[in-house]
Design a binder for this molecule. Structure first.
Ligand code: NAD
Length: 463
């Protein structure tokens, strides 16, 4: 399959579409590598990731350029993504300090201890929007904990994943510990069905997350599947105008709105015209093609513009219009400018569905409970933020919104390591979060060992 750069529409590479035989080969390699890799101590395994971290730093500009070209986000956004990859790798390096297995004398002379045991061959399926970071949400933690892995990156952005594999090899990762297969639906289904794969992590749209979660768990595998999002920002009239406007504009337009944490709906409570006006000024000043990158494909651009057209036709007011934008010298690229749409009503598609573009739909209410009700009605539940200068209101809203990651005066409330990443409702299926400490439980099974060595040990009904 051709790999197209969204920046100018040019073909940059070709990705092989792996078939069942290629997956079997990858799984066999992962299975063969598992005994030796899992027999190393955790401290030994993380040495690879210390070296990998150094290689990421050494090659940061080249990796950044690759992310920029294959995904279409700006160079500085791509660099931020690689820096986040470094932070994720550092977290994996800290595993020996984090995993304090428990030991306790549970009755006299009898000791119980726990140990985190790797699952075996696991799989990670990733989306197009963070070609470097999302593979590093799962890969370093799963491997550091002793698993071997099949990684299936998005077919739209396969090159960054391939580069990660090359650098891990250079860092000393033994052959077979990480295996990449490429492709789309067919190979994902084969992963979910493969009898030798113990666990599947997935990040992508809710539609596919549901399919993967049902199929993988139907085959009795452990699964965590992160889905799409519709993130609501609740804006109070007392919000700091500049802080609110700049944060909201950055959240809705960063990475061309193709972040599962992007602000997509704003609910203004009471008199917030002054904030909307400033938001429009900030949004208009964003330079498309320079400060705002491309969306992933022609189809994505058409889908986003269709949402705007339909909202306008249904009575919403387009205050800042990003439709029909082209960038000089990159006429073949897929660009949508920042778009602010006011007077959207909760029943419109643009208010309910994931648009995944640099677009914010503004709804208006008279009171904060009504705003919370609108947020709560969403099927999704990834992120939600409130903009206010009142601590009481901030606490009230963050307590009542139905989202896994909440923020106060923050457009993109991503919890950074060691906190874990994961939404609620249809933004995540499965129990564990995908990063941070929560991921340790996902990638391991707990063994509980009870031992008694002294024959004179006190004996009671428990020992
Ligand atoms: P997608 O669901 O189209 O694809 C994700 C993965 O699934 C890809 O590897 C793809 O090859 C595969 N796939 C696609 N269709 C399939 C099918 N029918 N059956 C099986 N596998 C299939 O998602 P995308 O367009 O690559 O990424 C954007 C989506 O990901 C957005 O919805 C975004 O919100 C979401 N996302 C969520 C998070 C989160 O943390 N919740 C993070 C990043 C992206």
């Amino acid at each position: 399959m051709d790999v197209i750069s969204p920046i100018d529409g040019n073909k940059i590479s070709v990705v092989p579409m792996s078939n069942q035989a290629a997956l079997d080969e990858a799984v066999n390699a992962a299975k063969a590598a598992f005994p030796a890799w899992s027999a190393l101590t955790l401290k030994e395994r993380v040495q690879v990731f210390y070296k990998f971290r150094t290689l990421l730093e050494k090659n940061i500009d080249e990796i950044t350029e690759l992310v920029h070209v294959e995904n279409g986000k700006t160079f500085s956004e791509a660099k931020a993504e690689v820096l986040k990859g470094i932070e994720l790798t550092e977290f994996a390096c800290s595993m020996p300090q984090l995993i304090n297995d428990e030991v306790m004398e549970v009755s006299q002379g009898v000791e119980c201890r726990t140990s985190h045991v790797p699952l075996g061959v696991v799989a990670s399926i990733t989306p197009f929007n963070f070609p470097h970071m999302v593979p590093l949400w799962t890969l370093p933690n799963a491997l550091a904990l002793g698993n071997t892995m099949i990684l299936k990156p998005s077919e739209m952005v396969p090159l960054s994943a391939n580069r990660i594999a090359e650098l891990l090899k250079e860092a000393g990762l033994p052959d077979g510990v990480l295996n990449i297969v490429h492709g789309d639906k067919e190979i994902v289904e084969a992963i979910c069905d493969h009898p030798e794969i113990e666990a599947v992590s997935f990040v992508g749209s809710t539609r596919v997350a549901k399919i993967v979660y049902q199929r993988a768990t139907g085959n009795l595998k452990r699964c965590v599947a992160l889905g799409g999002a519709k993130n609501h920002l609740i804006v109070m009239p007392d919000a700091h105008v500049e802080m609110a406007a700049t944060n909201i504009a950055a959240s809705m337009s960063g990475c061309a709105g193709q972040r599962c944490m992007a602000a997509s709906a704003m609910v203004g409570v009471g008199k917030v015209d002054h904030i909307v006006e400033r938001l429009c000024e900030v949004a208009k000043a964003i330079k498309v093609g320079n400060e705002l990158g491309a969306v992933i494909s022609k189809a994505a651009k058409e889908r986003i513009e269709k949402y705007i057209n339909e909202a306008e036709a249904a009575g919403a007011k387009v205050l800042v219009d990003g439709r029909n934008v082209t960038v000089a010298g990159k006429e073949g690229g897929f660009y949508v400018g920042p778009t602010v749409i006011d007077h959207v009503t909760p029943d419109m598609a643009i208010a309910k569905e994931e648009v995944f573009g640099p677009v914010i739909a503004i709804m208006r209410t008279d009171n904060v409970d009504e705003a919370i009700k609108i947020e709560n009605a969403s099927n999704y539940g990834n992120a939600s933020s409130v903009f206010t200068q009142s601590g009481g209101v901030a606490r009230y809203v963050t307590d009542k919104v139905s989202a896994g990651m909440v923020g106060v005066n923050i457009g993109v409330p991503v919890p950074r390591e060691p906190f874990s990443f994961g939404g609620w409702n249809e933004s995540k299926f499965g129990v564990a979060d995908i990063t941070g400490k929560s991921s340790i439980h996902f990638w391991t099974k707990l063994k509980k060992a009870t031992s008694k060595w002294n024959p004179e040990a006190f004996t009671n009904w428990m020992s």
